[in-house]
Design a binder for this molecule. Structure first.
Ligand code: ATP
Ligand code: MG
Ligand code: FE
Length: 333
């Protein structure tokens, strides 16, 4: 079956055609980064307007690149949450209109579930069960993926998401927006052991995260330097901060995979693009005999292909949405 997927939960307008959940025929992503950059973050109302301007073209391009017509489509998958309500509504309304006009099944997809499915596209052999870390701009979850559609949340962040911490520290360092890739890049020139920032492991055996203490520690470090009239070594701060995040994320994911006897430790979400996290996890996985998997960077950050994959497996299970499906900004997994 061929799924047309639409994603508009934040600042990427994306449409994709996916065959049988694993084969990407096209994946068009129109990023609004340049628009939001001057504000230092995503401005929700501006995001909605940009989605309206772009969505039809993005869908046309996706069909063109796949060499398909709407007649060739078996279902329409769309992100209905979590995300910015105005942004979600643009994709959702467009998908509903197409599904209604073409008498096609509408399949509402959870964006976080979508992030996990990027791995099914990347790794054709991957099948549940496995343990997955979803670390993105708004979420940091360790999920036991029992089967397609059955998820056990083993732990989640108690405050900031990992990507949010990257974005905030990047702003404090004057690196710009979005912060994750910029911290990743400049950290390569720094010493990850230059500053000993705190690592919040929380209670023994807990798979929860907390990044607000680390964030405060970095901000306090920067403030005390500037009070003394000195300026920080930005690569060292970036590298030391990143190392603290990566240590906790990778240790907890490996421990969760061991607990569940998962042969795989899988990464998903924007932070899964982080080069240090990929490297560190791969090393720890080798030590423990756990295979570490992650998608290509373009499938880590927001894209419609991952929504098409998740949508396909929902269609297989007969999980079709009603036409009154609404956007759910705080949808949980
Ligand atoms: P959510 O998926 O939780 O709704 P989102 O969709 O805004 O949030 P994603 O697009 O999945 O988030 O990921 C974007 C986040 O990933 C941003 O916080 C960004 O800084 C971070 N990120 C992207 N690349 C990297 C990288 N190389 N290193 C660290 N963080 C990164
Ligand atoms: Mg984005
Ligand atoms: Fe996302």
């Amino acid at each position: 079956a061929v799924i047309l997927a639409v994603e508009s939960s934040c600042d990427e307008t994306s449409a994709s055609l996916v065959r049988n959940g694993r084969e990407v025929l096209s994946n068009i992503i129109s990023s609004q980064i340049s628009v939001h950059k001057k504000f230092g973050g995503v401005v929700p109302e501006v995001a909605s307007r940009k989605h309206i301007e772009n969505i039809s073209q993005v869908i046309d391009l996706a069909l063109d690149e796949a060499g398909l017509k709407l007649d060739d489509i078996d279902g329409i998958a769309v992100t209905y949450g979590p995300g910015l309500v105005g942004a979600l509504l643009i994709g959702l309304t467009t998908a509903k209109a197409l599904a209604y006009a073409r008498k096609l099944p509408l399949i509402g997809v959870n964006h976080i579930e979508g992030h996990i499915y990027a791995n099914f596209i990347q790794h054709k052999e991957l099948e549940p069960p496995f343990v997955c870390l979803v670390a993105s701009g708004g979420h940091s979850h360790i999920v036991n993926v029992r089967s397609y559609g059955k998820y056990e949340i083993m732990g989640m962040t108690r405050d900031d998401a990992a990507g949010e911490a990257f974005d905030k520290i990047a702003r404090a360092l004057g690196l710009g927006y979005p912060g994750g890739p910029l911290v990743d890049k400049i950290a390569r020139e720094g010493n990850p052991h230059a500053i000993d920032f705190p690592r919040a492991y929380l209670e023994e055996g807990s798979y929860d995260f907390s990044f607000s203490g680390l964030k405060s520690a970095v901000l306090n470090f920067l403030n005390s330097l500037s009070m003394k009239g000195s300026s920080p070594d930005i690569p060292d701060v970036a590298a030391s901060f990143q190392q603290a995040v990566v240590d906790v994320l990778s240790d907890k994911l490996i421990a969760a995979a061991e607990e569940k006897k998962s042969p795989y430790a899988v990464l998903a979400g924007g932070v899964a693009a982080n080069s240090k996290l990929r490297e560190e996890l791969s090393n720890k996985g080798l030590e423990k005999g756990i295979k570490v998997l992650y998608p290509d960077p373009i499938l880590c950050t927001d894209n419609a292909a991952m929504i098409g994959s998740a949508g396909y497996y929902k269609l297989l299970r007969g999980e079709i949405s009603e036409m009154n499906l609404n956007a759910v900004p705080n949808l949980t997994l």
